[in-house]
Design a protein around this ligand. Structure first.
Ligand SMILES: NC(=O)c1ccc[n+]([C@@H]2O[C@H](COP(=O)([O-])OP(=O)(O)OC[C@H]3O[C@@H](n4cnc5c(N)ncnc54)[C@H](OP(=O)(O)O)[C@@H]3O)[C@@H](O)[C@H]2O)c1
Length: 252
């Protein structure tokens, strides 16, 4: 039976590549593409006939539009991609409360709420892909809220994956290093930023889809993120943080 896919943050970066790849899947006949920008969502709908644009801002953490769509159509959800995310590179003591709330709501509350709303409409073989980050491998000063939020999403995903084994549903946490998308600032305070080991979003998406199809609970694309995962496990956290501050401190 054909089913649907749901992708948040579908209009840009990693989300738009997921939309492209999933629209080619024969067992998916509709993609509910969630984004907040009406123009971008309309363009996505014109480019991909399977796309049903769901225009909504996820900042309040509620995703009510999606919940009511699920209730009214009771679809067979084959794939959920919790991809929308935000990050602010700034010192915590200068961070406005709105930024704190946005990171908590969009990176943590939204994926948890959507996963919970979608699970009743998933069956054996359905899969959830949650986009965490290599920032979840250690605390990142000046990206403190972001790295903390990605730890939340990684641990939530792996724990729920374990719980859902008996239902045959896989939850995969995707942890890329730097990815070449609009999320990364080209410069901060007039200084051009160099992102070590940056990879293309296509690489993240293709590996995530493969790993999730294999039932893996983690997907770590690219040499840099793989190396960093091991390095941060075997190196004292204070040293990893000092090295991070030495690299990133000059920009903030
Ligand atoms: N880029 C990296 O280096 C990197 C590394 C590791 C993990 N990630 C993660 O990958 C995911 C995708 O990021 P990306 O790099 O593809 O960045 P991106 O190009 O900025 O895409 C982020 C997407 O999230 C959407 N979004 C942001 N705030 C939203 C809101 N309030 N309501 C609805 N949608 C909202 C954006 O919509 P608009 O187009 O309307 O802004 C956009 O479609 C994020 O979870 C990010 O944390 C990124």
């Amino acid at each position: 039976m054909a089913g649907i896919a749901i992708i948040t943050g579908a209009s840009g970066g990693i989300g738009s590549i997921f939309t492209d790849r999933i629209s080619a899947m024969e067992d998916i006949d509709e993609i509910w593409a969630v984004g907040r920008n009406p123009g971008k969502m309309e363009a996505l709908g014109s480019a991909y006939p399977k796309v049903v644009p769901v225009v909504t801002d996820l900042s309040d953490g509620k995703c009510e539009v999606l919940s009511s769509m699920l209730k009214s159509s009771a679809p067979d959800v084959r794939i959920l991609i919790n991809n929308a995310g935000v990050g602010f590179m700034e010192a915590f003591d200068k961070m406005p409360v709105e930024h704190i709330l946005q990171v908590c709501n969009i990176n943590c509350t939204v994926p948890a709420v959507i996963m919970s709303a979608v699970l009743p409409y998933m069956t054996e073989g359905s899969r959830v892909i949650n986009i965490s980050s290599a920032s979840s491998f250690q605390p990142n000063p000046y990206l403190a809220m972001y790295s903390a939020s990605k730890v939340f999403l990684k641990n939530l995903s792996r724990a729920v994956n374990k719980e859902l084994k008996s239902r045959g549903i896989t939850v995969t946490s995707v942890c890329p290093g730097w990815v070449d998308t609009g999320m990364l600032p080209k410069e901060v305070n007039g200084r051009k930023i160099r992102f070590a080991g940056m990879i293309k979003p296509e690489r993240v998406v293709d590996k995530a889809l493969k790993d999730s199809a294999k039932g893996r609970d983690m997907s770590v694309p690219g040499f840099f993120a793989k190396y960093f995962r091991i390095y941060s496990k075997v190196t004292p956290t204070r040293i990893v943080m000092d090295q991070w501050v030495a690299i990133i401190g000059k920009y903030v």
